[in-house]
Design a protein around this ligand. Structure first.
Ligand code: SF4
Ligand code: SF4
Length: 113
């Protein structure tokens, strides 16, 4: 069973890397008052991605939090949707880049003719 993570706010430098990579959008940022990044345990699937990118090494498993199996399933659905959106965006970027390269190549061959 994966373990929900929590952020130790002391060493956190609010770089937002964890928030940007989280596939379930479980990390919230509050910019008012004390700036903080907080994990929503209801959305966390314990994938560890945020732990691996954190430059301050301040994200750790929260052994006290027990994940409800239904909650975990809902979070996984959200993570799969995130991965699909990322894949679609990557394919679109590659197609756009290929079309741009072909347009430049065609313009170049036309200029030489
Ligand atoms: S462990 Fe995964 S799901 Fe949980 S907050 Fe980190 S990146 Fe998000
Ligand atoms: S990646 Fe680490 S240091 Fe950066 S905001 Fe997240 S918890 Fe804080």
């Amino acid at each position: 069973m994966p373990t929900v993570v929590r952020i130790d706010l002391g060493p956190c430098i609010n770089c937002s890397l964890c928030r940007r990579v989280c596939p379930t959008e479980a990390i919230n940022y509050f910019s008012t008052g004390h700036r903080t990044h907080v994990v929503d345990p209801a959305l966390c699937i314990g994938c560890d991605i945020c732990v691996q990118v954190c430059p301050a090494d301040c994200i750790d498993p929260d052994p006290d939090y027990q994940i409800d199996p239904d909650q975990l399933e809902r979070a996984k659905v959200k993570a799969r949707a995130f991965a699909k959106r990322q894949h679609t965006a990557t394919v679109a970027r590659k197609q756009h880049a290929r079309a741009a390269v072909e347009a430049v190549a065609a313009a170049g061959s036309g200029a030489r003719a």
